[in-house]
Design a protein around this ligand. Structure first.
Ligand code: A4P
Ligand code: MG
Length: 179
């Protein structure tokens, strides 16, 4: 396969795929970082940003104690980039916007996760989609429900609206407030 990952077909013959992205920041100017990240995502080749949720201020889940609170958002994009190439492009944006990778689940200026990639299920050493933690995280489900309530989780067959309701009923980790 050629290095661009498109196989035999040219990019303009490849259909756009709707992708759900989770964005988080808990260091530096969090809002500015998320806004800049969204702008840069919109500038990726073969990619268009569609909708971005509000910014939610959330308690850190996991990771070392005493971390600052996160600002989280979820966005919907359309792209022709294959999932692995999209991941690499998103990691470049993370690096450009100053993320220093130190501790797993530790504080970071920017973290971008691929939550859903169309209805695909992907399990490679570098990429797991749907994101394995997404249904357990209020800081993902709440903003996701704002921009993609009708999207279906390919492993459960339920919409994100249904998952958000289930999570609310179980009363887990409600987010504190939002901007
Ligand atoms: N990777 C595998 N699947 C994916 C995917 N679907 N999207 C791999 C993105 N990356 C994926 O990620 C480590 C590796 O995961 C990547 O190199 C990629 O190949 P990382 O971003 O370097 O490390 P990380 O973020 O520290 O770990 P991880 O497991 O991705 O953590 P999460 O799930 O991103 O969680 N609390 C609040 N309130 N808000 C948050 O945003 N975020 C985290 C991090 C923890 N607690 C939080 C928040
Ligand atoms: Mg991550």
């Amino acid at each position: 396969m050629p290095v661009n990952g498109y196989g035999d077909s040219k990019p303009d013959e490849v259909k756009m795929t709707e992708v759900l992205l989770g964005l988080g920041s808990n260091l530096g100017n969090r809002q500015e970082t998320l806004e800049q990240a969204w702008k840069e995502i919109g500038g990726l080749p073969e990619t268009q940003t569609l909708r971005l949720s509000r910014f939610y201020q959330t308690e850190p889940v996991g990771g070392p104690p005493g971390q600052p609170e996160f600002l989280n958002a979820v966005g919907v994009i359309e792209t022709r980039l294959p999932a692995q190439i999209l991941l690499e492009q998103l990691q470049e944006i993370e690096l450009r916007l100053g993320r220093v990778r130190k501790e797993h689940w530790g504080a970071r200026t920017l973290d971008i996760d691929i939550l859903l990639y169309g209805n695909q299920i992907i399990a490679t050493p570098t990429l797991t989609v749907p994101h394995p933690e997404m249904l357990l995280r209020r800081f993902v489900l709440e903003p996701a429900q704002e921009v993609a309530a009708g999207s279906v989780h390919p492993e459960t067959g339920l919409t994100l609206r249904e998952h958000d309701r289930i999570a609310k009923q179980s009363g887990k980790g409600t987010s504190k407030n939002r901007d």
